[in-house]
Design a binder for this molecule. Structure first.
Ligand code: HEC
Length: 180
């Protein structure tokens, strides 16, 4: 094929793509389906927290307060002291990941403390997600970190101190993005 035919072909393809996307836009604006989400509706589900802590809300809590919440709202599934059963074990196993008997817990495996806050806030307790206040989430996060020996029992966690917590497995992940 001659080079000028090739570029003609590309021009044609480009024109077709533009037509398709123009048609998409026309369809979207012509339907009467749905409505724009209101800002408060978006805010209620826009609760993602980045590993470096962006998005953490005001509030705070420590492991002492967290233990009370854990006993009332978490222990029925995760057992006393996060030992697990019927649901996941939440404490221990630090340093075991490269052994023959790896124990994966939030303490031994998770690379950032901030995502523990995010996970608990959006998903736990399993039977009542999004029911904890932000202070309660900080407190129960502090409790789980304390029973893993990662923070002191009296350390208060908030939007500043939580991102500064260094998780034991922070450098245990291998970047395989360049691997074929
Ligand atoms: C009704 C049972 C139930 C209750 C109550 C409950 N959880 Fe869970 N939790 C689960 C189950 C089941 C999973 C695993 C979910 C999955 O893998 O999708 C889980 C997973 C977790 C994990 C992630 C564990 C991991 O290694 O991936 C954390 C952290 C956690 N729960 C914290 C809590 C906290 C904190 C509370 C109390 C506020 C709580 N859970 C209450 C059932 C429960």
């Amino acid at each position: 094929m001659h080079i000028s035919e090739l570029s003609g072909l590309f021009r044609c393809l480009l024109a077709m793509m533009l037509l398709v996307s123009a048609a998409d836009c026309a369809c979207a604006s012509e339907t009467d389906l749905g409505r724009a989400a209101a800002p408060d509706e978006i805010a209620a589900i826009d609760i993602s927290i980045t590993p470096d802590g962006e998005g953490l809300p005001p509030g705070n809590g420590d492991a002492v307060a967290g233990k009370t919440i854990y006993t009332r709202k978490c222990a029925s599934c995760h057992a006393e002291d996060g030992q697990g059963k019927p649901a996941d074990r939440l404490a221990g196993g630090i340093g075991s990941l490269d052994s023959d008997t790896p124990v994966k817990t939030v303490g031994s495996f998770w690379p950032y403390a901030t995502i523990l806050f995010d996970y608990i806030r959006r998903a736990m307790p399993l039977n009542a997600p999004l029911s904890l206040t932000d202070d309660e989430v900080y407190a129960v996060t502090a409790y789980l970190l304390a029973i893993n020996g990662i923070v002191a029992t009296n350390q208060t966690l908030d939007a500043e101190s939580l991102p500064a917590v260094r998780m034991p497995n922070r450098d245990g992940f291998i970047d395989r993005s360049g691997v074929q």
